[in-house]
Design a binder for this molecule. Structure first.
Ligand SMILES: Nc1ncnc2c1ncn2[C@@H]1O[C@H](COP(=O)(O)OP(=O)(O)OP(=O)(O)O)[C@@H](O)[C@H]1O
Length: 843
């Protein structure tokens, strides 16, 4: 075992880590932020005690500018707004209803206040009805659902003679990335088509009787790709009647299918198309997303069929004021006496309380689950000072609550019993929370697509709305609030996925062979890597070639070979020891950091302390308590080189590709006093390491080269860390991956190489092909990395060059100019095309 751990006294300059999402799914949002211990420093800047009114704006239309004015009334508050972007109001444009929409649907729409379709809804509906695959890429709450529901409901409600019927004729399938969204859509269908509309949800929570009913009677099934992959496709013969009548496949929130997960879903859809073709169906795909760039291209990659985009949004928009907000300095000081800004969570709790006290329906999005709990608790505390009944109108919402609790919270938000919610991104996707007046976003959610998805929750029903992005005290967020162009200038990120990734294709080809032998004519459906995948499976004895195609030879379930969400391990149940009550669940990966022995665990404002985490039984026993501290887990990530499979020398520098073991271990936790954040002590933990055996590309330079680059011992860590971040940022250009699919570790001295080393590894067990592609294109990739950093106009690094939205070390230390010099010496010995252009001297 080798160690490249950060030393305690120098927490981050010996090595730095950039966690991938998949390898260690320790957090709700795919970023490096840890869950535990983020009880904000409740240090209020001098002179600030905003006046909280009561229900001042309840019941009146929202004027976002006036809302923002009221929010900035407190002393010094106006200075915190660094920029306000005004998205102007827009008039809606309507069309006629297509003649084929059943009267029953029109009547129900009219009763719901929908008299005419927006033009984009009518166009998308007509294209789908005509059999053209279509992606609706219009804004949040632009009525995309109705765009696909018109053809779907017309199909499932209309009998052969055009009359509405309760007999199943054509069928439709709806796929969403989350169960909550499918449940929400199910409600919407019920409203339009009636309770007995032959629609149903079908997911992992459905019992056998529900599944049987779905199979035998449902005309519209709302489910997710996981269910398709694990249950429906492997048992397709039992679903033959439903699949053989399949007329539409709706893929909602399609931007969500990106990276390796997106590649898996692309293969699941190819399997679906093959199976339904076997039963004589050729369904039309209708996709929807408010935040997808190049919609037609990415939808075509996902589905494998040509897709037409409808992107001109004709729904009315009430105008949005989008403010960038930088919390003030506190009296606290950090490392080296540097002033510390108020935490984004504390600031957000304040803003949430102000808005709720003002009668403004608000959702605050927080990056971590614990953060969401803390914001809700603090907002309630503030509101208790205003009126006794107000605290109960604020709640937290996050994954890990029991499904019934989540549904109850969604309902309470919809029917306005709740005015304020502090949520993680679990609430980001399409759950229709009509009538939000304001959205707060605490900390950059990682992508502009996600930021807009969250901000777009505000301003439904064509009302004006306010969005506020509250910066965390880290370089990336600080940069963003100081550079509005970086937030509002560029379009949302491309949805990167690679349906032909051989690591993904292989298990799906196996699953497909188990579903139905793969004939020569079928192979093309699975893309250019399918023939090699079949040969590899044959060599492993998993499939066999027979006259009628490739057959699965094993007894086991072939679909088990592909873990499409890469969630490793069982959910850990959080149980109250004295009562036996199940409070919620925590992902296996997050359990070590958030429910270790002694951890403070928050659930809807109640505080618990973990008595014991039993990993074997996957249970954390907790007890109610009122500790005056929070807890923060301390982790160490090590990377060990197992084998270099391919290597190259670039002069004195080396470049390798091979297998590595990444080991992540929670070794202790810190107890911090609630108000001051003061560290009360460190308690060691003996938790087993979590390991990820995967593949990596890594490079080293010699001591002489470090001298040549002008990097002293103290500078190497920051330069290597910055180069690692930029290289990860550029890898998607060469390896069709998503930034969150790979991780990185950089270290000033690695025991296995004896040198400064930068690793970039696939965040998936066994590898996913990205590191390998990075190795193959290393000269171009690292050359582009060097040029991107050098060409960036910033002084000391920014999100466009060396900051990472998912850095496990809070983007510290980073040395931008050092990274350019380091890459220069590395590239000096590289093949000629990668060398920097003469005279371009970087920063
Ligand atoms: N043609 C229309 N006229 C008036 N209101 C409409 C129309 N179409 C949809 N709506 C309303 O607009 C709101 C948003 O619709 P919906 O939730 O379907 O949008 P969406 O684009 O699917 O949202 P999301 O971005 O959350 O996926 C709903 O309250 C819906 O009833």
């Amino acid at each position: 075992m080798s160690f490249s751990r950060p030393s305690r006294s120098q927490p981050s300059d010996a090595s730095a880590q950039d966690h991938p999402t998949q390898g260690f799914p320790a957090q709700e949002h795919p970023d490096g932020e840890r869950l535990a211990g983020e009880r904000p420093r409740e240090e209020r800047p001098a002179g600030e005690r905003p006046e909280r009114g009561r229900g001042a704006s309840a019941g009146r239309a929202t004027d976002p500018a006036a809302l923002l004015d009221r929010l900035t009334l407190g002393s010094g508050r106006a200075d915190r707004v660094t920029h306000v972007e005004h998205v102007p109001a827009r008039q809606g444009r309507t069309a006629e209803w297509p003649s084929w929409v059943p009267r029953q649907v029109l009547d129900r729409l009219s009763a719901n206040g929908i008299q005419r379709p927006w033009t984009h809804q009518a166009l998308a509906a007509q294209l789908a009805r005509d059999g053209e695959h279509v992606v609706l890429a219009t804004g949040t709450a632009s009525g995309k659902s109705l765009g696909y529901l018109l053809p779907v409901l017309s199909e499932i409600l209309a009998g052969p003679d055009g009359e509405t019927t309760r007999r199943r004729t054509g069928t439709a399938l709806y796929l969403s990335p989350t169960k909550a969204l499918a449940a929400d859509q199910f409600r919407a269908v019920g409203e339009l088509a009636g309770e007995d509309s032959l629609a149903t949800t079908c997911d992992g929570d459905s019992g056998w009787a529900e599944r049987d009913w779905a199979r035998d009677h449902a005309a519209y099934i709302l489910t997710n790709p996981d269910m398709l992959h694990r249950s429906i496709l492997p048992a397709h013969a039992r679903w033959a009647r439903f699949l053989g009548s399949l007329r539409y496949v709706v893929v909602d929130e399609c931007h969500h299918y990106r990276g390796v997960f997106g590649s898996h879903v692309a293969q699941v859809l190819r399997r679906l198309r093959r199976i339904v073709a076997h039963y004589g169906a050729d369904p039309t795909f209708v996709l929807a997303s408010a935040t997808v760039s190049e919609p037609a291209g990415s939808a075509a990659r996902l589905t494998g069929v040509p897709v037409r985009a409808v992107a001109e949004d004709a729904s009315p928009h009430g105008g949005l004021a989008f403010a960038l907000w930088e919390p003030p300095f506190t009296r606290l000081t950090g490392e080296g006496g540097a002033p510390v800004r108020r935490s984004a969570t504390a600031e957000t709790a304040d803003l949430l309380a102000d808005l709720v006290a003002d009668g403004v329906r608000t959702v605050a999005f927080i990056r971590s689950r614990r953060g969401a709990e803390v914001v809700a608790v603090q907002a309630r505390e503030h509101l208790a000072e205003v009126a006794a009944e107000l605290p109960s109108r604020v709640a937290a919402y996050r994954a890990g609550y029991l499904p019934e609790e989540r549904r109850a919270l969604e309902r309470a938000l919809q029917n306005r019993r709740l005015l304020g919610v502090a949520a993680t991104n679990a609430l980001e996707l399409g759950v229709d929370i009509a009538g939000l007046d304001a959205v707060l976003v605490a900390g950059y959610p990682g992508t502009r697509a996600s930021l807009w998805q969250q901000a777009g929750r505000a301003g439904r029903d064509g009302q004006g709305a306010l969005a506020v992005f509250v910066a965390r005290d880290d370089p990336l967020d600080t940069y963003l609030v100081q550079h509005p162009d970086a937030v509002f200038g560029p379009p949302v990120e491309a949805t990167v996925l690679d349906p032909d990734n051989p690591y993904v294709v292989k298990p799906h080809v196996a699953a497909a062979a188990a579903e139905l032998p793969i004939t020569d004519a079928d192979i093309d459906r699975f893309g250019p890597s399918a023939p090699a995948a079949l040969q590899a499976l044959e060599a492993e004895g998993m499939v066999r070639r027979r006259p009628h195609g490739w057959f699965w030879t094993r007894r086991g379930r072939a679909s088990d070979l592909a873990d499409i969400r890469s969630v490793d391990g069982q959910l850990v149940r959080v149980v109250e020891g004295t009562t036996g009550r199940l409070l919620g669940t925590v992902d296996a990966g997050a359990a070590h950091t958030s429910v270790h022995d002694g951890a403070v665990y928050l659930h809807q404002g109640a505080t618990y302390v973990v008595d014991h985490l039993d990993l074997e039984a996957a249970v954390a026993l907790v007890e109610r308590a009122e500790p005056d501290y929070s807890t923060t887990a301390r982790e160490i990530t090590d990377i060990e080189v197992l084998e270099s499979e391919r290597g190259d020398r670039w002069g004195e520098a080396t470049l390798d590709f091979g297998s590595v073991k990444v080991e992540n271990r929670v070794v202790a936790y810190l107890r911090r006093r609630l108000v001051s954040g003061e560290v009360l002590g460190e308690v060691p933990l003996t938790l087993p390491p979590r390991t990820l055996q995967t593949r990596a590309v890594w490079w080293t330079v010699s001591e002489d080269q470090l001298v040549e680059a002008g990097l002293g011992r103290a500078d190497v860590g920051g330069a290597a860390h910055a180069a690692e971040h930029a290289a990860i940022g550029l890898l998607p250009l060469f390896a069709t991956c998503d930034r969150w699919d790979v991780g990185g570790v950089s270290t000033a001295l690695h025991p296995d190489t004896g040198r400064m080393t930068v690793f970039v590894y696939d965040g998936h067990p066994g590898g996913a092909g990205f590191a390998e592609r990075g190795f193959t294109a290393a000269a171009r990739w690292l050359g582009a990395t060097r040029d991107a950093i050098a060409a960036c106009h910033c002084a000391d690094g920014c999100p466009s060059c060396v900051h990472s939205p998912k850095c496990g070390n809070g983007n510290n230390p980073l040395d931008k100019s050092g990274a350019v010099r380091l890459l220069d010496v590395l590239l000096n010995g590289a093949p000629p095309e990668a060398r920097p252009v003469e005279g371009d001297d970087g920063t």
